[in-house]
Design a binder for this molecule. Structure first.
Ligand SMILES: Nc1ncnc2c1ncn2[C@@H]1O[C@H](COP(=O)(O)OP(=O)(O)OP(=O)(O)O)[C@@H](O)[C@H]1O
Length: 375
């Protein structure tokens, strides 16, 4: 078990391209930390610098109480699970699992016992005599995890380990890996994890905490509930949550209360928003409303956004309404049992946001200027 500390970490590729801009991050002993962000945000580069597979241009990586910048991967106390599993194709599963311990010249009985234990934990005992090409994607993934686990690393590194699996298998592997993490932690075994993914669902469902990255910078580090409810900027707000948060351009009109002009339509807010908003008359803002926080307005509610329904997606227990409002497209998620197509006349719809859940961002900096003080 070990804590991982990253201090002012930088990566410059070639002579000029700065991929990682001096990031700092602490991963606590036993914590499951997810690095998430869109393609190219440098999450793999960061992970590979931790692993020792990429040179560090500046800053420090510490594992436990050791600075590991100049140590080769094999001496850092890490194990890595790769996207393509990287199993040795000519070796049976048993030997793939045991390989790391054989390299370390561990005694044969210890290798056999560890192989049996790891195969048991991952339920791959019946596969031990097979070659990798005789495994399904999910089975191969479990062998890859087993191969990392058997080395009893101080820190596990995962690089998009589920991206080659279909959606159903991905969902079950998410649960398997988080269960395994909890079990190892409960048994006092190594369980500090850094897990890279571009998939916000994976991040939200697996991470104790999540580090959201963009263009080689950290945008926010927080637990899933905080990230969802208190995004510090428009990027995090738009990246976390499904369907994506609606981000609409508006202008503040301070008229005693607060009105935000959205594409020419005034939407008024009361104290549930104004009490926490730091903005003044004329400020250019981005209004963030999650699709789940929009509902079809009551007939007598005149504080609503009016638009036309461009597209309806029936998802089972929910309906996604894609609505055009004066050139802006937004999505509203309505529970199926509260959706009646007869309420929509000539594709015309009126939507009202849940005020307590609306976020306002400074349009220039993207900063959330509507966060209430922390409790
Ligand atoms: N060997 C390299 N030489 C030059 N530039 C590189 C190299 N490897 C990565 N980059 C650049 O560094 C940036 C970060 O890449 P990286 O692969 O870390 O991103 P990522 O967030 O992991 O993306 P993805 O999800 O697509 O794997 C990108 O702009 C990429 O083009």
């Amino acid at each position: 078990m070990a804590r991982l500390q990253i201090r002012n970490l930088e990566k410059v590729y070639g002579n000029a391209f700065k991929a990682v801009h001096g990031i700092s991050l602490d991963v606590n002993d036993g914590e499951f930390m997810v690095l998430v962000g869109p393609s190219g945000c440098a999450k793999s580069t960061t992970l590979r610098m931790i692993a020792g597979l990429e040179t560090i241009t500046g800053g420090e990586v510490r594992i436990g109480d050791r600075m590991v910048n100049n140590l080769p991967p094999g001496q850092r106390g890490i194990s890595m699970v790769f996207q393509n599993y990287a199993l040795y194709p000519h070796m049976k599963v048993r030997n793939n699992l045991a390989f790391g311990l054989k390299l370390k010249r561990r005694p044969k009985p210890e290798i056999e016992e560890s192989t049996r234990a790891v195969a048991g934990i991952l339920e791959i005992d019946p596969l031990l005599e097979r070659l990798p090409k005789q495994l399904s994607g999910g089975q191969a993934q479990r062998v890859a995890v087993g191969r990392a686990l058997i080395k009893k690393p101080e820190v596990f590194l995962f690089d998009e380990p589920l991206s080659n699996l279909d959606a159903k298998l991905r969902a079950s592997m998410r649960v398997r890996i988080t269960d395994l993490h909890k079990r190892l932690k409960r048994d006092g075994l190594s369980s500090t994890v850094v897990y890279v993914t571009h998939d916000q669902t994976e991040a939200m469902t697996m991470g104790d905490r999540i580090c959201v990255m963009k263009d080689g910078h950290i945008m926010q580090v927080a637990d899933p509930v905080t990230l969802y409810n208190r995004p510090e900027n428009a990027f995090v707000a738009g990246f976390i949550g499904s369907p994506e948060m609606n981000l609409l351009e508006g202008t503040v009109v301070a008229d005693g209360g607060l009105t935000v002009a959205l594409a020419g339509q005034p939407l008024s807010f009361g104290p549930a928003l104004t009490d926490r908003l730091k903005a003044k008359d004329g400020d250019a803002v981005t209004v963030g409303i999650r699709p789940q926080h929009l509902s079809i307005a009551a007939q007598d509610d005149d504080n609503a956004l009016e638009g036309t329904v461009a597209h309806v997606e029936f998802m089972g227990h929910e309906v996604y309404l894609h609505v055009d409002i004066a050139g802006m497209r937004l999505v509203a998620v309505v529970p199926s049992d509260r959706y009646n197509p007869a309420d929509i006349h000539d594709d015309h719809i009126r939507l009202t946001p849940r005020e307590e859940a609306v976020h306002i961002f400074d349009r220039q900096t993207g900063r959330n200027i509507s966060l209430p003080p922390e409790a």
